[in-house]
Design a protein. Sequence first.
Length: 273
Amino acid sequence: MGGQFSNEDPNRCPHYAQFASNLERIHLDVLYWTFFLLVTIALFTASWIFQWVMKYRDCPTFTIEKFQKKLTLSLVWTLGIFLITAVMLVIEVYLLLALQFCDGEDLMSLYWSTWAMLQLGSEIAILGVSLALWHHLWDMEHPLWALALGTPVLVVAGFGHLLSLALRQFYHQAKAKSVSRSGSSSSANSVKCEDLSSRVEPKQRQNEKLANQALDLEMGRQLYFAINTGNDERVKQWPCFVCMADGTAVVRMTPVPAPTIAFELSGALKSEH
């Protein structure tokens, strides 16, 4: 039957109400208010679960491991309640559409407003409880507003807060990777440049080094050199051989007397004889 001010719509009734189009008004009322009560009980249950796990933090036997297990269990329960409640909300929508198009209910605006405020709001509040438990489980930074059992606007803002945390973490990770890559490349370049500069010395520097070595020899100083001789053991028989160090032979170079000085010394020795 139709309402006093609204008539039935036989064309829209089966199209929108689907399975609920075949139900009588009494059945529609009983089913709708039963699901209405069940969704409210689901909201109470989610709030009790959240309060139960949060009260454990004040327990004298509090441990992090057990708290993490309680958080995980509570998150699974609240997500299950959220999914079951979502199914009941969909059924409620079909029941309301049957009241509107199949029965011609005059106060459908009151039905829809109450459903959106209490039923859909309860579903979003349950989602807020799951989101708050997720923050606690992963030790994330909590928003400054009430997230668990918050209004739909606060819960949606909570998702924005979670998105900002994810973007911030992604930015810091990308920045750390870029800094590490630039640091490794710069160090590799510096090592490469130092290696090249040590291998390819200017000609003037090589000449200065040879001049200093010659000066040291003229002043009677001894110079030591490391020579890579491989596995050749004959180097140990050299008179200038000192020792082996790191697989290389260390030899000593001593100054040689000038030819004129040696000739004068040999002539002096002959005259004495």
